[in-house]
Ligand binder design. Structure first.
Ligand code: CA
Ligand code: CA
Length: 598
């Protein structure tokens, strides 16, 4: 009798254990894929049958937000926080010695708290020093590139592009046309090996970030050149992963999420304005699909505000883990929307953060208000104070601020309150171990002797002082009565530095990426007479400025200048694109001597 009962109950017990087993999670994250680049979001040119099927079997999110560029987006995704909360700048470069702080709790660490097998395959980009690698942030295993595929040997001062297995470099300068295929093979191998235990797979593809590439099976096959080939190969990769889930019987116990880190690179993202690098909708609103047969209703669409900051709280909820309780999270659990896409919003507000960790705009419900001066923003600027109704005007073309002053006031207040809270609970970026300052890259021609240069002189990039990826100190003796002028400029819109006088105050500016400026100014005008001035960018990214041996004024910065500026080194003026935020600078008049950059 007992054995008969046991026989009868055994399948039930097995069923209970099966039901109790928490779901697997797969997170597919594409680089620079725009809203309209795939079929489910309106693309009619490219063939994405596997993503089309994904959408038919799952849910499309149509107001799903990332950030304007790479590193900040990945930091948000991994931590459930706005990038500014964890102090992550827009893009990290190989010379940077910072990374996502090891104390941050990542998606993988949340999964590990429930005993999940974890693996990351692809592009990390939140710190490449050993202490910042995925294997130090909760991933059992890692296969991929530590940063972008264009940060390779061909760019001045960068080391050969490394491919990692766990914490070891196993190749350099890998054939990029094979990366999607290799990532897919790794993913399928992982799924097969871990089929019997709960797993979390994070697969941030290297594609379709430039330089785009595709394997021979896809090259030349799409209707949109190599970029289209690369998208179609990604679609194939998603198809391989889905087919493996079906084959292993894991379909109904796996939540799969597909999205992108930022908008398309210099391409349109209809119906939106803007592209990668901007906080217009085209720069930050991403295609997003989620699929979990039996749990997410098939063929549905959710237009509620959501974003990559919501992935961590959602993952924690569905796998039955405790989200971090000792810190502020910005994201919210989306699981109620996964059951009912038209249910109450899980959050009604979104903050649009810049690469320079400022608040550029706020969305609440259908309203979006721009907060920053256009001069402080990048291409396709909207005026500070411009208000858009995203439900009627997704391209952000009709400023309704004058018609709705009440909405503007409410959003301004909301933005101020939320940003004050964020500033009050901002957490630090991880600082890596000190490294010796790399030697300056040798140049073919002998550099001109800087002390002999006079205002109006300029040096071509190859003769200019080498500042890419290194700390440096600029010094000179200056005498002028001007309130707005330039002593030295080197670089332009994307990176560089300048020593200048703005509204009477001597200022040292460093630009690491478009819109990512750090500055330090002396507190008072220099006054008449000659002054010995020293400006420096430290190895830790700090700016410092000093005159006449007085105590230096310093300011925190976001790292070194990633590479040597391509523009000229100019004395007493700025020849082309401004390398800093000047105010109507006049050509230098006075005495400028003893110029040195070391
Ligand atoms: Ca990107
Ligand atoms: Ca951690």
């Amino acid at each position: 009798m007992r054995s008969l009962l046991a026989c009868l109950l055994a399948p039930l017990a097995l069923l209970a254990a099966e039901t109790a087993r928490p779901p697997n999670v797969i997170l597919l994250f594409v680089d620079d894929l725009g809203y309209a680049d795939i079929g489910p979001f309106g693309n009619k040119t490219l063939r994405t049958p596997h993503l089309d099927r994904f959408a038919r079997e799952g849910m499309r999110f149509t107001s799903f937000y990332a950030t304007p560029v790479c590193s900040m987006s990945r930091a948000s995704l991994l931590t459930g926080c706005y990038s500014a909360r964890v102090s992550m700048p827009g893009v990290l470069f190989p010379p940077n010695r910072v990374g996502l702080h090891p104390d941050e709790i990542t998606l993988a660490e949340v999964a590990k708290s429930r005993g999940y097998a974890t693996m990351m395959i692809g592009k990390w980009h939140v710190g490449h020093l050993p202490e910042f690698l995925p294997t130090r942030q909760g991933f059992d295993h890692y296969f991929g590139l530590p940063y972008s595929n264009d940060m390779h040997q061909g760019r001045q001062g960068f080391p050969p592009l490394p491919l990692y297995r766990d914490a070891q470099v196993i190749e350099t300068e890998p054939d990029q046309s094979q990366l999607t295929k290799r990532y897919t093979e790794e993913a399928v191998k992982f799924l097969r090996a871990r089929r019997d235990q709960p797993f979390f797979l994070y697969l941030p593809y290297t594609m379709i970030h430039a330089p785009v590439a595709a394997s021979a099976d896809f090259k030349g096959k799409s209707a949109q050149g190599l970029l289209g080939d690369s998208v179609e190969e990604l679609d194939w990769s998603v198809g391989q992963i889905m087919a493996t889930l079906r084959e292993l019987g894991l379909d109904e116990r796996t939540l799969v999420i597909f999205t992108s880190d930022n908008g398309p690179d210099r391409r349109p993202a209809p119906p939106f304005s803007g592209s990668k690098g901007t906080n217009l909708e085209g720069g930050v609103r991403e295609p997003c699909l989620m699929r979990w047969p039996g749990r997410i209703p098939a063929g549905t669409t959710c237009d509620r505000i959501a974003g990559n900051i919501d992935v961590l709280p959602t993952l924690a909820k569905v796998i039955g883990a405790e989200p971090p309780k000792d810190r502020v999270l910005d994201g919210r659990d989306l699981s109620p929307l996964l059951a009912d896409p038209s249910g109450p919003p899980t959050r009604d507000t979104h903050l649009y953060v810049t690469a320079g960790q400022k608040l550029e705009a706020i969305r609440q419900g259908k309203w979006k208000l721009f907060l920053m001066e256009p001069a402080k923003r990048k291409e396709e600027p909207r005026s500070a104070g411009a208000l858009y109704d995203l439900s009627a005007d997704p391209a952000e073309l009709r400023d309704l601020a004058a018609q709705h002053p009440d909405v503007v006031a409410t959003l301004r207040q909301e933005a101020a309150t939320r940003w004050a809270e964020l500033e009050a609970h901002r957490r630090p970026l991880g600082q890596g171990a000190e490294a010796p300052n790399p030697p300056a890259t040798p140049t073919k021609a002998a550099p001109a002797r800087l002390p002999e240069l006079k205002p109006g002189d300029r040096l071509k990039a190859n003769l200019a002082p080498q500042v890419g990826g290194r700390a440096f100190t600029l010094s000179c003796t200056v005498m002028t009565k001007q309130a707005n002028t330039i002593l030295v400029s080197h670089g332009g819109a994307s990176l560089g530095y300048a020593l200048h006088i703005r509204e009477g105050r001597l200022t040292f500016s460093v630009r690491r990426a478009p819109g990512e400026d750090s500055e330090v100014s002396l507190p008072a005008p220099l006054g008449d007479g000659p002054h010995a001035v020293v400006a420096s960018l430290g190895k830790d990214g700090r700016l410092s400025l000093q005159a006449d041996g007085q105590p230096a004024v310093t300011a925190p910065g976001g790292g070194l200048i990633g590479k040597q500026p391509a523009e000229e080194f100019c004395v007493g003026h700025d020849a082309a694109n401004p390398a800093a935020r000047y105010v109507s600078p006049a050509p230098f008049q006075g005495t400028l001597s003893d110029l040195q950059v070391r």
